[in-house]
Design a binder for this molecule. Structure first.
Ligand code: KIV
Ligand code: ZN
Length: 515
């Protein structure tokens, strides 16, 4: 295939994905996800919005310094300060990209930017030139292109390419497009813009009407050669196009989509689980490719057909996206070498010997409680071990819960607050309620509990429970996670994790204000 048959996969899980309410990630978690994306062979990883906060800057920098096989990108508004900060964060990258954007729809230009169209073009040109003076690889996005006028898009894109942009991104920012119309927009842009051949055309579709993947594929058919997407379709509001769906549609329908990606699809499932575990956003069972039921055949007729000939009811194999490749992996007798090698296979890289030792000690503890350790257990265990390394204001010391038929459940808890142990007890309508009330009587956070969910990480009653707690305070939302074979301990850990996230500072939203 020629290079024109290759679709560049640009993953924005760490930037747009993190804009999902409550999906904030620590720098260490972002680096772990970036490594999983590199293992998947994603072409471009949008690591964040460097100017948003010192934490975002540090995360983009750490990813730029550590990722070698993917281009690392930082978002920036079309202003000098953002672009300079992005360039600074990307300085150590093997291959870095500055992604600068400005809104181009009449509604955004009039109400958000309060700028005339010609001023917007001038600002875009200035930003692209500035970015090119600091980085050889510059992407320019027309925010809200899905609702922009095509004549204006042609003018601003031609000017951005002349100024040095080598990727032009057409975002459907509010998820308004319909596949045939969006495909036609891309076709017209490629036809009408005189210097279109000097740039790769990209799309970035949001899923407000559930059409993000369909719109992205229509754009590919029309000639777009970069798709911006996220693992599990994470992203602002209803999310972005799901990477796994885009990649598998291209792979499965070669008869219609005569293009390819370089994604190693057998790593899709572990990346999906990693992102879900870290963000606390569960994957719905019927989600395409990575949902628990995606390859499960319930009806007898289907099961019979699949057993006789898999293709009767399956259009791709479960193994090709990472299912069924990892049954029982480790157990009580497994040694350090087996443990380390399985972490390597999963793409989990621990900082050094001390972290490996801490994770191995936890693994032995878990193996005493649970005989078979699966990949999902290892991922949760590593998350827990690394979370302990980060300075925490609140830390669970002990928890004792009494629950008996006919009696009111009671929890007694010891929590370390900034290094000082504090005790509390509380009653509740159930043991989890009593535990949370006991924690709150110490923390007095006054946050609202918006979501409490428990998932079994693996099969069987000895599975670890993975708990997500979503807290809201003053409009700020955080998701805390905790895993343990005891779901009350997992619940307490998740609540305390959410309280610690609440303590962390806020950061700027790239699309919140004008330039
Ligand atoms: O949705 C959008 O328009 C974006 C841009 C910043 C690319 O996320
Ligand atoms: Zn977006």
């Amino acid at each position: 295939m020629s290079s024109n048959d290759r679709v560049i996969i640009f993953d924005t899980t760490l930037r747009d994905g993190e804009q999902s309410p409550g999906a904030s990630m620590t720098g260490e978690e972002k680096l772990r996800i970036a490594k999983a994306l590199e293992r998947l062979r994603v072409d471009v990883i949008e690591a964040g919005f460097a100017i948003a906060s010192p934490g975002d800057f540090a995360a983009v920098k750490a990813i730029a310094d550590n990722i070698k096989d993917s281009t690392v990108c930082s978002l920036s508004r079309a202003v000098d300060a953002d672009i300079e900060r992005a360039a600074e964060a990307l300085a150590g990258a093997n291959s870095g990209r500055i992604h600068t954007f400005i809104a181009t729809s009449p509604i955004h230009m009039q109400y958000k930017l309060r700028m005339q169209p010609d001023e917007v073009i001038a600002q875009a040109v200035k930003a692209v030139k500035k970015a090119r003076s600091l980085c050889g690889d510059v992407e320019f996005s027309c925010e809200d292109a899905g609702r922009s006028e095509i004549d204006f898009l042609c003018r601003i894109i031609e000017a951005a390419i002349d100024a040095g942009a080598r990727t032009i991104n057409i975002p459907d920012t509010v998820g308004y497009a319909i596949p045939h119309q969006f495909g036609e927009t891309i076709r017209q842009l490629l036809e009408r813009i005189p210097n279109a051949d000097k740039a790769v055309f990209s799309v970035h579709c949001h899923n407000d009407l559930g059409l993000a993947v369909a719109n992205s594929l229509a754009a590919v058919v029309a000639g777009a050669r970069q798709v911006e997407c996220t693992i599990n379709g994470l992203g602002e509001r209803a999310g972005n196009a799901a990477l796994e769906e885009i990649v598998m549609a291209i792979k499965t329908r070669q008869d219609l989509l005569d293009v390819h990606t370089r994604i190693e699809t057998e790593h899709i499932l572990s990346a999906s689980r990693l992102v879900s575990g870290i963000t606390g956003f569960p994957v719905q069972p019927n989600k395409a490719i990575v949902g628990a039921n995606a390859f499960a055949h319930e009806s007898g007729i289907h099961q019979d057909g699949v057993l006789k000939h898999r293709e009767t009811y399956e259009i791709m194999s479960a193994q090709s996206v990472g299912w069924n490749t990892n049954k029982m992996v480790l157990g009580k007798l497994s040694g350090r070498a087996a443990f380390r090698s399985r972490l390597d296979e999963l793409g989990i890289v621990l900082g050094g010997e001390a972290e490996l030792n801490a994770a191995f000690a936890r693994f032995k503890e878990l193996a005493d409680k649970k005989h078979e350790i699966f990949d999902e257990d290892l991922q949760a265990l590593v998350s827990d071990t690394l979370a302990e390394d980060t300075p925490e204001h609140f830390r669970l010391v002990t928890l004792e819960v009494a629950s008996k038929t006919g009696e009111v459940p009671q929890a007694q808890i010891v929590v370390s607050v900034a290094g000082q142990e504090q005790r509390a007890s509380a009653q509740g309508s159930g043991p989890v309620d009593a535990t949370f009330k006991a924690i709150e009587s110490i923390a007095a956070s006054e946050a609202n509990l918006q979501l409490y969910s428990v998932n079994a990480i693996t099969e069987g009653t000895d599975s670890q429970g993975e708990v997500t707690v979503r807290l809201e305070k003053g409009g700020r939302i955080v998701n805390g996670n905790g895993a343990d074979t005891d779901i009350l301990v997992a619940s307490a850990k998740a609540y305390i994790n959410a309280l610690n996230l609440m303590q962390a500072g806020t950061k700027a939203h790239p699309q919140a204000d004008g330039v």
